[in-house]
Ligand binder design. Sequence first.
Ligand code: GDP
Ligand code: MG
Length: 163
Amino acid sequence: MSFTLAIVGRPNVGKSTLFNRLVGKRLALVDDTPGVTRDLREGDARLGDLRFIVIDSAGLELAEDDSLQGRMRRLTERAVEEADICLFVVDARVGVTPADEIFADILRRKNANVILAANKAEGNAGEAGALEAWSLGLGEPLRISAEHGEGMDDLYHVLRPLA
Ligand code: GDP
Ligand code: MG
């Protein structure tokens, strides 16, 4: 038995960086340009002794009447539907944005099984932003650093019961 994990969240929070860390190959495009991943990408992830499928989704942006953003939103919803569990990533350095809040509502509306992660929290960075993420009402935010590999043990312990 394994499971599928979808990494979701607005652009630039570090979804593709986390995907690459879990998959161990540079399959997903990482870029400083917000929203550079426009598609769903699937890979075989390993974390400790866990093996699972991971999906890197496009982020959700909020501008109305924009077909690209509508498409990104639909892609994200598709990722949620294909996954057993969603890892909702926010940026601990930025804190909770209106986009994050609307995204949280979408995840709730879809009845998604959600793990909340506050990324870019390496060292002592992002303490306030990670605390702020409690306000999303999705439980305890895991403090992680996709880039530096911090918090992966906590992620392991949350995912372990699903395997
Ligand atoms: P995505 O749009 O959510 O897929 O985000 P990306 O993975 O493309 O990352 C966006 C930017 O955030 C890139 O410049 C990454 O190098 C940076 N980034 C990702 N994870 C971390 C992290 O843990 N710490 C820091 N400081 N930067 C990160
Ligand atoms: Mg990306």
